[in-house]
Design a protein around this ligand. Structure first.
Ligand code: FES
Length: 194
C-alpha cells in the first residue's frame, strides 16, 4: 500500500512535470477574470468545510465548465477563496487523471500506448487517429491531450487499460474497444462524426 509520503512524492513529481510542460503557469499570479464565478461561488459554499471538499469542488467546477476543464484562473480563484496553497491545488489536479487543464472536446478518444498494445500496433492506430483529425502525432505521443479546433474530439493516450490480452485497446467516450483494427477504427470514428 502506498504510504502518505510516497503519495506526496508522486503528486509533487507529477506537478513538477506538468509545470515543466507548461500546463501550469506561475503560482504567484493573481486570479483575474473568472468566467462563471457565481456558479463557482455556489459550488464552494455548498462544499466548503466538508471532508474531501477540495476534490468535490474541483470535480463540480470542472463539470459545469463548457469544455470540461479547469482554467488556470479558476484554480487560482479556488485556491485564494479556500485559503489553500496554489501548489496544493495544482498538485491535486495533476495527480488525478480525470481533471483536465485544457479544453476538452465533446468526444474523447483514448489510445493505449502500453507495451502489449504497442506490440499489437497501437502506434499505427494513433497515427490513423491523428491524421484523421489533422492533429499533431508528436504532441499526442508526448502525452498531452490534443483537441480539435472545433472542440469535437480530444485525443489522448494512456499507459495501460489493464486489458493487455485483447490489445490493441482504445476507449471512446467511456466505451472500450478491443483488438482494434484500422478499418474498425475508421468506421467507429465515422459513426461518431454523424
Ligand atoms: S498495454 Fe494496452 S491494455 Fe495493457
Amino acid at each position: 500500500m502506498t504510504s502518505l509520503s510516497e503519495l506526496t512524492i508522486t503528486i509533487n513529481s507529477k506537478y513538477k512535470k506538468n509545470k515543466k510542460k507548461g500546463a501550469i503557469g506561475s503560482l504567484g499570479k493573481k486570479a483575474g477574470h473568472i468566467p462563471g464565478r457565481q456558479k463557482i461561488d455556489n459550488i464552494i459554499s455548498m462544499n466548503q468545510g466538508k471532508p474531501g471538499s477540495l476534490l468535490a469542488i474541483l470535480e463540480q467546477v470542472q463539470g459545469q465548465n463548457k469544455h470540461n476543464y479547469l482554467p488556470e484562473e479558476t484554480l487560482y480563484y479556488i485556491s485564494d477563496t479556500l485559503h489553500i496553497p496554489r501548489s496544493q491545488v495544482f498538485s491535486v489536479v495533476t495527480f488525478y487523471s480525470f481533471f483536465n487543464l485544457t479544453p476538452q472536446g465533446k468526444h474523447t478518444v483514448t489510445i493505449c500506448r502500453g507495451t502489449a498494445c504497442h506490440a499489437q500496433g497501437s502506434k499505427k492506430i494513433l497515427s490513423v487517429v491523428s491524421s484523421y483529425f489533422g492533429l499533431s502525432l508528436q504532441e499526442i505521443e508526448e502525452g498531452t491531450p490534443v483537441t480539435t479546433p472545433d472542440y469535437f474530439f480530444t485525443v489522448k493516450t494512456v499507459a495501460c487499460f489493464g486489458q493487455c490480452a485483447v490489445a490493441p485497446v482504445i476507449e471512446i467516450d467511456n466505451n472500450m474497444y478491443n483488438n482494434v483494427t484500422e478499418e474498425q477504427l475508421k468506421i467507429i470514428l465515422e459513426e461518431i462524426k454523424k
